[in-house]
Ligand binder design. Structure first.
Ligand code: SF4
Length: 375
């Protein structure tokens, strides 16, 4: 008898696109990084807000530091989440946090971890909420449906809703499900995901798949995407392209860019570790480059002696806001750090020394519902 398939709700968005993605890989790779650290720290820091209606900013900073996350980023995200929670908390009476849900479907085990949940209407309805702190802007509807189903299956409620709080963008997205709709969804899960037909569905999503490093279907797709004819022609008049074509080519370029960067890194690491790769008169080799940097403090007297004044100094000196905040925090005792940073930034703002720079970028993202500030 085979073990039941483990289906985590967070893996459902990918599983419905490509059911192969939730089959265990031969080699398990656990990715961590700055974005994951920020997410973990923010989730942890938000628990007191939900449970007690308030949070302590010193603890937020300590939590960020504990997870080696970017303190400024975590603080910004928590501040955004506080604004969102002020509007949503009334819909989550007696809210709990970090609830683990599990349902045995026979041939599969469905599990999920909700950030916030609340049982209302005498147990007839369950509401869950998921904080999303990342920049990866994807369709999480199947994950939310997983939470809806799990919360009804475990509590016996007849309806459920799952809300995504997009902390960074201060936006929300909501999904609802009745018990009847849940039956249909579970059937779809079983048919599409659990009883997988063996067909792989590679695409732009592969880069987030835990089997990405060993999947041959993904490799074949990258090869095909890299073919120039698949990428579109730069000389074509893009005003004549349909939105479908624009999105299709955009996604192919994203795939090629991602794997090209990944391959580039792997090859560079290989050369650093194993030495030059020679071919005829050429070689690919790791070289050392030394750049000269000026220590502004040590050079200060010389700069002044050279007759440099405000305008000149402004061109050559930069103060990093993030680094400044960190220095203030390091110099201030526990319990007073956040206030010290805020008051220093206010002083700088009052002195007219805080400049704002707006950059423009083009991104592919989902269209989401905004939380109305004035509501
Ligand atoms: S890498 Fe892509 S094709 Fe391969 S299993 Fe994952 S999602 Fe499917």
């Amino acid at each position: 008898m085979t073990d039941p398939l483990q289906v985590r709700s967070s893996a459902l968005p990918m599983a419905f696109i490509c059911p192969a993605s939730i089959r265990p890989p031969a080699i398990v790779i656990r990715e961590s990084g700055p974005a994951a650290d920020v997410g973990t720290a923010t989730h942890e820091a938000l628990r007191p807000l939900v449970e007690f209606g308030d949070l302590d900013w010193e603890t937020v900073i300590a939590t960020a530091e504990h997870h080696s996350a970017d303190v400024v980023e975590v603080r910004m995200l928590v501040a955004q989440a506080v604004k969102i929670w002020r509007k949503l908390s009334k819909y989550f009476p007696h809210a709990r946090t970090e609830t683990f849900w599990r349902w045995d479907g026979g041939s599969y085990i469905l599990t999920g971890h909700t950030d916030v949940d609340s049982i209302v209407d005498d147990g007839e309805e369950v509401r869950t909420l998921d904080w999303k702190t990342g920049r990866k802007d994807h369709d999480y509807s199947e994950q939310m449906k997983g939470y809806c189903a799990l919360s009804m299956l475990e509590t016996g409620a007849s309806e459920s809703s799952s809300t995504i709080a997009w902390v960074r963008d201060k936006e929300i997205e909501q999904y609802t499900m009745t018990y009847e709709q849940m039956r249909g969804w579970l059937e779809r899960l079983e048919k599409r995901v659990v009883q997988w037909d063996g067909v792989y569905h590679p695409g732009e999503h592969c880069r987030f798949c835990p089997r990405d490093h060993e999947c041959e279907a993904r490799t074949a797709m990258v090869r095909a995407s890299a073919a120039p004819f698949a990428m579109g022609d730069q000389t074509e008049d893009m005003t004549q392209w349909t939105p479908e074509k624009f999105h299709r080519v955009w996604n192919k370029v994203a795939v090629v860019l991602h794997y090209t960067k990944q391959m580039d890194k792997v090859m560079r690491d290989h050369v650093k570790r194993h030495g030059p790769i020679r071919l005829g008169e050429r070689e690919i080799v790791a070289v050392e480059e030394t750049r000269r940097e000026i220590d502004p403090i040590a050079a200060w007297d010389t700069l002044v002696a050279l007759g440099l004044y405000n305008d000149d100094l402004q061109k050559i000196l930069r103060v990093s806001k993030d680094a400044l905040e960190q220095v203030i925090r390091d110099k201030t005792s526990r319990g007073k750090k956040a206030i010290a940073v805020r008051s220093a930034l206010s002083e700088i703002e009052r002195a007219g020394a805080m400049k704002r720079k707006t950059t423009h970028k083009v991104v592919s993202r989902r269209i989401k519902e905004s939380i109305d500030e004035e509501e």
